[in-house]
Design a protein around this ligand. Structure first.
Ligand code: RUB
Length: 316
């Protein structure tokens, strides 16, 4: 029917679900672009049909992965600007909103990078977990400020996103040491700052990021190493203002053990949570494009930017 998502929306949704497109900010940008492609690619016979088709596309994109709130925040940003009495006006407003959203995404990352960079000193060694474009923006900005920075990069099992981080830092001229996740506490003795990203930030300042972040934060505190989360404000989770919790994605056991290992081990259960929650007391700062915040005060910014409500403009 006319309301079905176009192939490009289905392709983007598939790429997000299989993690070909991954990382909270990248997912948000790709989802917004997919809405623009849907707006350009359909020829509905009424404004109502146009809107229904965009809502259906947003639902398809929304169902891909549950934890990064940047995804629903992106869909909400675009659909709230879907305004007009005729199809052409609606189409233009959606395409313009997507362009604006993607611009803001880039600008926010550049701006928060400068803030995060100010927390790093010349000669610092940073430790990273997973692959976060917001976290990398801080390290890259520090390098651009002329600071000499080295990195200890956790490989981040089971998907090894640390390899992407290692490659990107090497390209930025940062000397990189790759370690297995279990070696993190040992190497914290040699590290000046831990820098991680976020998929969602809860109203109480809890940081939801790649599984392993909370253990790293507790160990960093115990070793006296400061830890920051680099998170542009589309990572703020508006529904947590009204008492909702953030869903932690559970992924397939095949990411943890292959079929041969499964067969050899036999009847055991395997669990593969993709994210965890770092309590605010273990995080020193949340670095955003509006400056840095103690996690406990992030709720003020969340209210200012998202109000009390978290409408779902994609609902049927
Ligand atoms: C990625 C991850 C990243 C955040 C932030 O998890 O946990 O730290 O998404 O990334 P996955 P960014 O690989 O499962 O998507 O700063 O790029 O938004």
């Amino acid at each position: 029917t006319a309301h079905e998502p176009t192939a490009s929306v289905r392709d983007t949704a598939e790429a997000i679900a299989t993690m070909e497109i991954r990382g909270a900010a990248t997912i948000a940008g790709a989802a917004a672009e997919a809405l623009a492609a849907q707006a350009r690619g359909i020829d509905p016979d009424s404004p109502e049909a146009f809107c229904a088709s965009l809502r259906a596309a947003a639902r398809t994109l929304h169902e891909t992965r549950p934890t990064a709130v940047s995804l629903p925040n992106a869909l909400r940003y675009v659909l709230q600007r879907m305004d007009g009495r005729d199809v052409e006006t609606l189409r233009r407003n959606v395409v313009d909103a997507v362009e604006e959203f993607v611009d803001q995404l880039d600008r926010a990352q550049t701006d928060l990078g400068r803030v995060g960079a100010n927390r790093l000193a010349d000669g610092d060694t940073v430790m990273t977990h997973c692959h976060s474009t917001d976290a990398l923006a801080c390290i890259e900005a520090a390098v651009e400020q002329g600071k000499s920075i080295s990195a200890v990069v956790k490989e981040t099992r089971p998907r090894n996103q640390g390899h992407i981080t290692a490659e990107q830092l090497r390209d930025a001229g940062v000397p990189v040491t790759l370690i297995v996740d279990s070696a993190a506490r040992r190497y914290l003795d040699t590290v000046d700052h831990v820098v991680v990203g976020a998929d969602s930030i809860a109203a109480d300042g809890g940081v939801i990021n790649k599984v392993g972040t909370s253990g790293l934060a507790v160990n960093a505190r115990e070793r006296g190493v400061p830890i920051m989360t680099a998170a542009q404000t589309i990572k703020l989770h508006p529904e947590t203002l009204t008492g909702h919790t953030v869903e932690i994605e559970m992924r397939s056991e095949s990411e943890v053990i292959d079929e041969d290992a499964r067969e050899a081990i036999g009847d055991i259960s395997v669990e593969n949570p993709a994210f965890d929650v770092t309590p605010p007391r273990y995080m020193d700062a949340i670095v955003t494009e509006h400056g840095q915040f103690p996690p406990e005060s992030i709720v003020t910014l969340m209210r200012e930017l998202f109000g009390e409500g978290a409408a779902e403009p994609w609902a049927e």
